[in-house]
Write a protein that binds this ligand. Structure first.
Ligand SMILES: [Zn+2]
Ligand SMILES: [Zn+2]
Length: 253
């Protein structure tokens, strides 16, 4: 049976994803309130007490806002990029650190799942995405990527299911309300991935075996689900391959 993947919520305001594979039940990121994460986990038939660990991509609050409360009720291992830990432990003093280097060869082994963290170009203290092997299937989870580095593209290639950032529409960003320095940060090489840059990679992924793509981490102000989806579909001939994560609803993938 293939692994179950539920995007609990994903946008520039908060991100969390629940994964079940055989004996393994774990979260990627905890950027929504603990209450919302717990009720989302319940809504898909699991109990938060069965979650075995939390993986963090980086320390930004849209990925960690619920961590402190969750950690204090769950007391499960938290895996995070090692440079983030001093910052995280200031807000979550009891966080139980399992450090991720993101260097080649770094791997987290659960019962039935192997997780390979991969460094991502993003303006965090430390930042990774994940290629995850469920045994018979490979899955990729990459948000908060300023550009498509060679390492990130290699990690995504060959994965059957891919969660990839499609953060902003360049015209909406350019003409939107953000101050110029923030616009430059978002569009910079260590900011976020635009819809066209995301879409440009999709034919490559499909030609390397990707069957399903979830567009994630959409900006609330500089994007819409319709624009992100249309930009992606303009580069693909199969609309059924693409879905868009919701900021507030659980989406099964
Ligand atoms: Zn970030
Ligand atoms: Zn983020």
């Amino acid at each position: 049976m293939s692994a179950e993947i539920y995007m609990i919520g994903s946008s520039s305001k908060g991100n969390s994803c629940l994964i079940r594979n055989g004996n393994d039940l774990f979260l990627i990121d905890a950027g929504l309130s603990a209450k919302r994460i717990c009720s989302a986990v319940r809504s898909v038939g699991y109990d938060i007490s069965s979650v075995r660990c939390i993986l963090l991509t980086h320390e930004h609050s849209d990925h960690t806002a619920g961590l402190d409360v969750l950690y204090h009720s769950m007391r499960v291992p938290v895996y995070a990029p090692s440079p983030c830990f001093p910052d995280l432990s200031r807000s979550s003093p009891c966080a139980y650190p399992f450090l991720i280097s993101g260097d080649p060869g770094d791997v987290i082994i659960l019962d039935d799942t192997r997780i390979y963290p991969v460094k991502t170009p993003h303006d965090a203290i430390g930042s990774v995405g994940f290629r995850i092997s469920f045994g018979s299937e490979e899955f990729a989870y990459f948000t908060d990527i300023g550009h498509l580095s060679e390492q990130v593209v290699r990690a995504m290639s060959g994965c059957r299911r891919v969660v990839i950032e499609s953060n902003y529409d360049p015209d909406l960003l350019e003409n939107g309300p953000y101050p110029p320095p923030l616009k430059r940060r978002i569009a910079g090489p260590n900011g976020h991935l635009s819809n066209p840059d995301c879409a440009g990679l999709l034919p490559h992924l499909v030609s390397h075996g990707t069957e399903k793509i979830m567009l994630a981490h959409l900006s609330e102000h500089n994007n819409t689900p319709e624009i992100a989806r249309d930009t992606a579909l303009a580069r693909l001939d199969r609309p059924d391959r693409v879905c868009v994560a919701s900021p507030s609803e659980v989406v099964a993938f």
